[in-house]
Design a protein around this ligand. Structure first.
Ligand code: FMN
Length: 323
């Protein structure tokens, strides 16, 4: 019999497994989001900075599968028409990360679309809860991509204490298998959001070279930095850094951010002129979970293995109880 887990998250979204796809910019397209939903999770398209035509295409690519969409808040907040267009497609959920999202949550509520808000600090959790968000996504610094500096192990139970027993919470950052899911359920989550693990799938957007690089590297190779935001000319708020795989370009500038800013135009030109698959210059965004990524799999295989491993771990957990 196929193993199942039930949590407030699966019940609220009417899904089989407490696993969500992180809405990864340039990686979580319609194909991957649909594959995650088809396998019983919650697929979220990476709406990124808010490119309307790309988003339209990704939602169409997902076909009849019920998928949601996630945006980088500070960027999309300047483009209310993109939010409106996404809500008009009646997504399974609207996720926001990185910035003040009260107005977006209110618009989603008015459209009857469930909301997810990814936070990195308890003060941000308070803000999201005040806005009445449906799902609080608690992101630890282990995560691939943008985030902040707090580890998940203390932040997650503290977010649970703050939010109370009924709030739906997902854990994000460093989770790639059933051990991560079982552990975060114990720390107070109702499920997980995985990015790095789903990046290394057959369905993820991205080249074979990028996926091979994910398999070839590990968590020790990653670092949080602002180098690639400057190299790509993206104006991220100062308190967010991005976890990426270190490379020659990073190593040259990581300890000299002011020098990079002084030379920003020239370095952006070098970056843009490089081959998109040359990962000695180009950024490969991924998190500490790379240690656990040893092959490219399908989204379904990852979800089924994660659920069945979690089930086995939880079933055996009574062995720790002394009589
Ligand atoms: C390649 C990549 C791109 C990402 N892009 C986004 C994004 O556009 N918006 C967002 O909210 N989070 C983004 N994230 C962060 C995820 O939402 C999530 O917090 C993270 O993937 C969870 O940690 P993990 O990578 O260890 O699973 C990205 C992560 C990765 C790995």
């Amino acid at each position: 019999m196929r193993k199942r887990l039930t949590t407030r998250f699966t019940e609220r979204f009417g899904i089989e497994h407490p696993i969500a796809l992180a809405p990864m910019d340039k990686v979580a397209g319609g194909r991957l989001a649909a594959a995650v939903s088809a396998a019983g999770g919650l697929g979220l398209i990476g709406g990124g900075y808010g490119e309307a035509t790309w988003l339209d295409q990704a939602i169409s690519e997902a076909g009849n599968q019920r998928v949601g969409v996630g945006f980088i808040t500070w960027s999309v907040a300047q483009q209310p028409d993109v939010i409106e267009a996404a809500l008009a497609r009646a997504p399974a959920g609207l996720m926001v990360s990185f910035g003040d999202a009260e107005d977006i949550v209110a618009a989603a509520k008015a459209a009857d679309v469930p909301t997810l808000w990814q936070i990195q600090r308890l003060s941000q959790a308070e803000q999201a809860l005040r806005a009445g968000v449906d799902v609080l996504v608690v992101q630890g610094q282990e995560a691939g991509g943008h985030g902040m500096d707090r580890g998940l192990t203390a932040l997650l139970p503290a977010a649970r204490d703050l939010a109370g027993p009924e709030q739906i919470i997902l854990a994000a950052g460093g989770i790639a298998d059933g051990r991560g899911l079982a552990a975060t359920l114990m720390l107070g989550a109702d499920g997980v959001m995985m990015g790095t693990r789903f990046w290394a799938t057959t369905e993820a957007d991205g080249t074979a070279a990028a996926k091979a690089a994910l398999v070839a590297t590990g968590g020790d190779d990653t670092v949080r930095s602002k180098v690639f935001d400057i190299a790509r000319g993206v104006d991220w708020p100062w308190h967010f850094t991005g976890r990426i795989v270190a490379n020659n370009f990073l190593n040259r500038w990581h300890g000299n951010i002011d020098g990079l800013k002084d030379e920003a135009a020239a370095q952006q030109a070098i970056y843009e002129a490089s081959d998109p698959d040359d990962f000695s210059t180009r950024v490969l965004i991924a998190g500490e979970a790379l240690d656990l990524v040893v092959s490219i799999e399908t989204a379904r295989d990852i979800i089924e293995a994660t659920v069945s491993e979690t089930h086995a771990l939880l079933s055996k957990s009574s062995r720790f109880l002394a009589s």
